[in-house]
Design a protein around this ligand. Structure first.
Ligand code: PGA
Length: 248
C-alpha cells in the first residue's frame, strides 16, 4: 500500500502575524504540489492570518500544542475546539522542546492524543531519544516506551489516521542530521511497534516522519527510505527552501 507523503513545517516560536502573511504569499507557488500533504504548524497567534493566507491552496494549518481539557481555568493554554473553529487540521503533540521546557509527560500526551481525535484533529506525535540514550544503546527501547505510553487506549482506527514524527533530540536544530540508515532503523522499529500493538494493516497505514535538521540537500535521501513518509521540518521551514523539501 502506498502512503501519501506529508511534509510539515514546525515554525516554533518564529514569525509575527504580519510576517506570516508575507511569507505564505511567497511560499504558496513553491509548495503547490497535491501529491504531498503540506502542513504549516504555526504559533497560535499566527493561525488566523495563516488560514487567510492559505485559503484555496493545498496548504493545511497545524498548531504546535493543545490542552487536553475542553476549556476552563488554564491561563495561557489553547483548547482543541478553538483550533478546529479556526480551521486547524493538525496539531503537533509531544515535541521534545515541550517535553523538556514544559514538562509534558507521556501521561499528559496520551490525554492530548485522545482529545485531539475527539475533535477530529490529526496529531503529529513526536518521539525521539537523547544522544546519551543513543550512546547507551537504548534508543529503540525508549522510543517503544514513548509510543506505547502515548498511544495507550487509542483505537487502531485513530492510529491509522495519525502521524508519528521520529525526531532524535541530538539532531534537532543542530545541523547534525541522522543518517538515512539511522532514521530508517528507528522509523521501521516504530512501525513494527504499531504492528505489535495493533496489526500489520494499522502499521502499514500510519504515516511516520523524520525530523531533525532536514534541509533541501538531505530531504530526498531521507524521504526515500521505505518507512519514512515525509518530514517535520524546523529551521528550513522558515525559508523558501521549504518548497524544495516539499517537492523533493
Ligand atoms: P530542525 O527542527 O529542522 O530545525 O532541526 C525540527 C523540529 O524540531 O521539528
Amino acid at each position: 500500500m502506498s502512503r501519501k507523503r506529508i511534509v510539515a513545517g514546525n515554525w516554533k516560536m518564529n514569525m509575527t502575524p504580519a510576517e506570516t502573511t508575507a511569507f505564505i504569499a511567497k511560499l504558496r507557488p513553491l509548495v503547490d504540489n497535491t501529491e504531498v500533504d503540506v502542513v504549516l504548524c504555526v504559533p497560535a497567534i499566527d493561525i488566523i492570518p495563516a488560514m487567510t493566507a492559505t485559503r484555496g491552496t493545498n496548504i493545511e494549518i497545524g498548531a504546535q500544542n493543545m490542552h487536553f481539557e475542553e476549556n476552563g481555568a488554564y491561563t495561557g493554554e489553547i483548547a482543541p475546539g478553538m483550533l478546529t473553529d479556526a480551521g486547524v487540521k493538525y496539531v503537533i503533540l509531544g515535541h521534545s522542546e515541550r517535553r523538556e521546557y514544559n514538562h509534558e509527560t507521556d501521561e499528559v500526551l496520551n490525554k492530548k492524543v485522545k482529545k485531539a481525535f475527539e475533535h477530529g484533529l490529526t496529531p503529529i506525535l513526536c518521539c525521539g531519544e537523547t544522544l546519551e540514550q543513543r550512546n547507551k544503546g537504548i534508543t529503540l527501547d525508549f522510543i517503544r516506551m514513548q509510543i506505547k505510553s502515548d498511544l495507550a487506549g487509542v483505537p487502531a482506527s485513530d492510529v491509522e489516521e495519525m502521524v508519528i514524527a521520529y525526531e532524535p533530540i541530538w539532531a534537532i536544530g543542530t545541523g547534525e542530521t541522522a543518517t538515512s540508515a539511522q532514521a530508517e532503523e528507528v522509523c521501521k522499529a516504530i512501525r513494527e511497534c504499531i504492528a505489535e500493538i495493533y496489526s500489520e494493516g494499522t502499521a502499514e497505514r500510519v504515516r511516520i516522519q523524520y525530523g531533525g535538521s532536514v534541509n533541501a540537500a538531505n530531504a530526498k535521501e531521507l524521504f526515500s527510505q521505505p518507512d519514512i513518509d515525509g518530514g517535520l521540518v524546523g529551521g528550513a521551514s522558515l525559508k523558501p527552501d521549504f518548497g524544495k523539501i516539499v517537492n523533493c
